[in-house]
Design a protein around this ligand. Sequence first.
Ligand code: IYR
Length: 220
Amino acid sequence: MVQTKPYPTVPLEPMAVPTGQAAERARAFHDVMARRRTVRDFDPRPLPDGVLDWAVRTAATAPSGAHVQPWRFVVVTDPDRKRRLREAAEREEREFYGRRASPEWLAALAPLGTDWRKPFLETAPAVIVVFEVHKGPRTPRPYYTKESVGIAVGLLLATLHQAGLATLTHTPSPMRFLNEVCERPEEERAAYVIPVGYPAPDARVPDLRRKELEDVVVRL
Ligand code: IYR
């Protein structure tokens, strides 16, 4: 669907939050998001019906360059497919940790304790593989693809988090194997692999600190 004519316009339906509530609403959302953690230990129990569809719909509300919407979300729940995903990812990750990663990169990862093993790709009840959609026989050239897909993934993680689910933003490298496992055409390029589920009852996370506002903001 390539748009050539100017879009007709419609009146904006603004959110209409009373100004006196703006900061409080922003703070409430912050307090939810501040509790989001990347989780590596998932409970196998299945997800409530509908939650993944709503999360993908929300992700797909993201702004995108020239409104091309250059994203595809492959939702993998089939155990056999998840096993193939894990096996293929672990093959690449063995290479990454064993040979491809620079000593500097491995040193940066060491505090997180990650390694080539990716059991969560099977334990999590769902794995969402997010693809960038590039120019192809049926798809237009996208613009600002990484930015557009990155914003969409941010919304996906936020929605799943506030629905009570945990996620892991996993980035196997290289990702070409995902086209075959997910049956996607060449013009689609995987960008994120996101296991989704309830955290395991004994899940632990690193005691990380986020930067303070004053360390990340510049006011002019
Ligand atoms: N893709 C590898 C390595 C890895 C890289 C970064 I940067 C991380 O923040 C975490 C892991 C893996 O998934 O283990």
